[in-house]
Design a protein around this ligand. Structure first.
Ligand code: SF4
Length: 458
């Protein structure tokens, strides 16, 4: 075995997938992961640099790793701005940007040489940082949009889609090692394949186009729950909705709309406005009435007047979205929006966000109350505090961001099981109920073993 590497993974699911790739490569070269700073020969910190609080958290994590261990390699989104890191922490050994797996590996090898034992090559290649039963599946890197508040395209480059076959083989391995829910991600999932002109690749003896609809149709054959995140409301997204009605895709779309005022959306360089958003939602819901829509919004963007904000509230009241996240606008160093006039004072931003969330909470509670008496399929994420209690998510809830379902069971349920729960109580975000059945797991691929990995912090 080679040395031990400590790993701290910060940021969004896209960064988590980068961490999994780095850890997979380290594992393939014989490195072990260390669950504590003191046990590690070197520590890799995968940073987030999207908004100011994330930069601060990343710098604090690097500082902690330096004081606890001393040998630190930095990678990830903040790594695209090495001057920020070097100014705060000149002692770091190497700074690499997002997706620079080879450079991270080279830096690690300089501190602790890789294992020359050829048998390490036989270790399964996939390392997961999520629980065994769900996994993020990144289908493209980078982004071709130019939202004025965002620097991701500068950090991660233009969109670079993976071939469909590459994604499908990864998904097959995941489902074969116990993954029951695949969470498809990219910066803009709906734009998948456009940059490679939807080129075909060969999977299981047939050609598959790099197009989201074709990809979803193939992924559906694996038998796992399939959930789409970060979908732009493009016209072709409509083609996905019938797949929900057919049970190939979960009736869930994560569509970050950001605002509803056409003026603010123009300043953000995002498409649409309240009317076009509503029309899109109406059309989708006419095809899949139980479709759960998650969205996120920025409140207090530069130039947002009370009138713009009320347009957003009106939209929220009418759209009756199922899950909503909101952020007060905060400057991202290097973003074009920083130069926009009309900064909204912090207290106004906070007050608007509170009004926004109060309205959405009422809507969420009404929607959740309508589920009382229904029986929902629930995937179990962990055990509850009470004997026999388990905590999971319905088909309408993604991990980490949406509501939970607390269920009383006979105590035989395991993590990753999918059970049927009769809902008997609703809160604004969470549901409570009792188990009335177990859904048999029928993967569309042969099942293999899995490997576990430990990190300092995810
Ligand atoms: S779609 Fe906009 S917000 Fe999302 S990564 Fe691309 S530029 Fe950033």
């Amino acid at each position: 075995m080679a040395g031990k590497v400590g790993f701290v993974s910060l940021g969004c699911p896209k960064a988590l997938v980068d961490s999994e790739q780095i850890l997979s490569r380290l594992r393939a070269e014989g490195y072990q992961t260390a669950p504590a700073y003191q046990d590690a020969d070197v520590v890799v910190v995968n940073t987030c640099g999207f908004i100011t609080p994330a930069v601060e958290e990343s710098l604090a994590a690097i500082g902690e790793a330096l004081s606890e261990n001393g040998k630190v390699i930095v990678t990830g989104c903040l790594g695209a701005r090495p001057e920020v890191i070097r100014q705060a922490h000149p002692q770091v050994l190497e700074v690499t940007g997002p997706g620079e797996v080879d450079r991270v590996l080279r830096a690690v090898r300089q501190v602790v040489p890789a294992d020359k034992n050829p048998f390490t090559a036989l270790i399964p290649p996939q390392v997961k940082l999520t629980p065994r039963h769900y996994a993020y599946l990144k289908i493209a890197e980078g982004c071709n949009h130019r939202c004025s508040f965002c620097i991701i395209p500068r950090l991660r480059g233009l969109q670079d889609s993976r071939d469909a076959a590459d994604i499908l083989y990864e998904a097959t391995r995941l489902v074969g090692t116990g993954t029951r829910e695949l969470l498809v991600i990219a910066q803009d999932t709906s734009a998948y394949g456009m940059d490679i002109r939807h080129r075909e690749s060969e999977y299981a003896g047939k050609k598959v186009r790099a197009h989201l609809v074709d990809l979803v149709n193939e992924l559906a054959g694996l038998g796992a729950w399939l959930r789409l995140h970060y979908v732009y409301p493009y016209p072709h997204v409509r083609q996905l909705i019938p797949l929900m009605a057919e049970g190939k895709l979960l009736p869930y779309l994560d569509v970050p709309l950001q605002h509803a005022s056409p003026k603010i959306l123009r300043a953000m360089r995002r498409p649409g406005g309240a009317e076009s958003h509503l029309e899109t939602l109406r059309e989708w819901r006419s095809i899949a009435p139980d479709l759960a829509i998650r969205s996120s919004f920025i409140v207090g963007f530069p130039g947002e007047t009370e009138q713009d904000f009320e347009l957003l509230l009106d939209f929220i009241a009418e759209a009756r979205l199922d899950r909503v996240g909101s952020f007060t606008y905060s400057e991202v160093p290097g973003a074009d929006a920083n130069a926009l006039p009309g900064a909204v004072p912090e207290e106004v931003k906070e007050e608007r966000r509170a009004r926004f969330m109060e309205l959405q909470q009422r809507i969420s509670l009404e929607k959740n109350r309508a589920k009382v008496g229904q029986t929902l399929e629930v995937i179990i994420d962990h055990y509850g505090e009470l004997p026999g209690q388990v905590v999971g998510r319905s088909r309408y809830d993604a991990p980490g961001i949406d509501g939970l379902v607390y269920a009383e069971t006979d105590g035989t349920v395991k993590m990753g099981d999918i059970i049927k729960v009769k809902v008997n109580r609703a809160e604004a975000y969470d549901l409570h109920g009792e188990m009335v059945g177990l859904v048999p797991w029928k993967p569309g691929v042969p099942v293999m073993g899995n490997i576990a990995i430990e990190t300092i912090r995810v």
